[in-house]
Ligand binder design. Structure first.
Ligand code: ZN
Ligand code: ZN
Length: 418
């Protein structure tokens, strides 16, 4: 009875928040009874984290552990820490996370930080801290990128993110607008969200299966500022929606997700491409990216703002100047229709077709899970400490599938599936 009364008095916000938590745990994560769960989140996301924690225990989680981060504390490091700080990362903590995953824990990340948190900080220090973190987190990250475990990412509104998106609104109004945008993009506005997500997932998987049947050897993109041919990796596999992790559990790694994606051949991109949206990378906004590729490698990179950050990003390691992902998203996706720029890759990458610099997903290769590093490289899969998506799709972009014999057929016309 108490439970029924509680239901009645919930606000619409609480109903949708709980629905997002239910979808995240039961569809996104596919959490199994008896699993542990590790959550990472910002302090500002505690409301959603508590809702997720409740749903996880209801689904049979044996232990939920959340690691909270704090934007203010991050800034204090840049203000007061000695120079040596920026080559350090909490390796012991990352090793602990890797141990948790190896022992069967699931992993949920709550996105939603301040997109320009580090914009005013020394770009070199930001880059060094990123490299140190990438190195330390590599063993844990590998268990995620190779889908050994079930994992997902969902977003929470936070005051700083809301202010970045809606700078002219009062803080409360901006938060409400951002929450509504997240609920809409995450497909939890209405009842039946769990069933609707399963149908959406099935549709993305069908699209991927269609492309897998085509066995294209390359994609050819044309549009304003863009004439780019990207070779696809040998034995590449298109994926979309959910995936069955190595532990046998079905998870949908990103919520929202609107993309079908695969692994490009890291030595076969050539031509030039202009980004269709700015890239928010670790607190810096990089606008008007224009890049030229030769033999898979970036040979020229320009941007409006954030040029220094773009250059150090590309210079992270050899693989950072090559492609690790190609993804197709129709221009009419719900996020694109919202017309909002979220300054957050989880959302913005699902508004437009995109490519990613850096690490490839071995799951996008036939039998990729069982390949050694040398075998992955022989198939053209890129290796890097980074994986950064940026948007190239628009209502003016055409994409052709190129067959092994060189013939081309249109697969996306003016941003939409043909
Ligand atoms: Zn993607
Ligand atoms: Zn990506």
């Amino acid at each position: 009875m108490a439970e029924i009364l509680e239901e009645v008095t919930k606000t619409q916000h609480q109903v949708r928040l709980d629905r997002l938590a239910q979808v995240a745990v039961n569809v996104g994560l596919g959490l199994a009874a008896g699993q542990e769960l590790v959550i990472t989140a910002s302090l500002d996301s505690v409301e959603l984290v508590r809702a997720i924690t409740r749903e996880a225990y209801k689904a049979g989680a044996t232990l939920v552990t959340t690691l909270f981060s704090d934007d203010e504390a991050t800034l204090l490091r840049y203000q007061y820490a000695p120079d040596a700080s920026f080559d350090r990362a909490a390796g012991w903590l990352q090793d602990g996370l890797a141990n948790a995953y190896r022992a069967g824990s699931a992993r949920l990340a709550v996105a939603g930080g301040d997109p320009s948190l580090l914009a005013q900080q020394d770009a070199k220090k930001v880059a060094r801290a990123n490299v140190a973190f990438s190195v330390a987190s590599r063993p844990a990250l590998e268990l995620i990128t190779t889908h050994v475990i079930n994992w997902t990412i969902v977003a929470s509104a936070t005051p700083a993110w809301a202010h970045a998106m809606f700078p002219n609104d009062a803080p409360d109004e901006a938060m409400e607008k951002l929450w509504n945008a997240i609920f809409a993009a995450s497909r939890v506005l209405d009842d039946g969200a769990v069933e609707n997500w399963r149908a959406h997932d099935a549709q993305l998987q069908a699209r991927a299966a269609y492309l897998n049947g085509k066995r294209y050897s390359a994609l050819h993109y044309t549009g304003p500022g863009t004439d780019l041919t990207i070779g696809l990796a040998d034995d590449h596999l298109w994926l979309g929606g959910g995936t069955v992790a190595g532990n046998g559990l079905h998870c949908i790694p990103n919520m929202p997700t609107e993309e079908v994606f695969t692994t490009p051949h890291c030595q076969r991109a050539s031509g030039y491409v202009a980004a269709s949206k700015p890239l928010s990378y670790q607190g810096t906004l990089i606008s008007d990216i224009r890049v030229k590729f030769e033999n898979g490698r970036i040979v020229e990179a320009k941007s409006g703002t954030g040029q220094q950050v773009l250059r150090s990003l590309i210079g992270t390691d050899e693989g950072a100047a090559r492609l690790g992902e190609v993804a197709l998203v129709p221009h009419s996706s719900p996020i694109s229709k919202s017309g909002l720029l979220f300054f957050n890759t989880l959302f913005d990458e699902n508004a437009a077709s995109h490519i990613a610099l850096g690490q490839a997903y071995s799951s996008c290769l036939r039998d990729g899970h069982h390949m050694s590093k040398a075998e992955l490289a022989a198939h053209g899969a890129n290796e890097s400490l980074i994986h950064v998506d940026w948007m190239i799709g628009s209502a003016e972009m055409n994409v052709n599938g190129v067959s092994v014999d060189g013939s081309e057929e249109l697969i996306m016309k003016l941003g939409e599936w043909v």
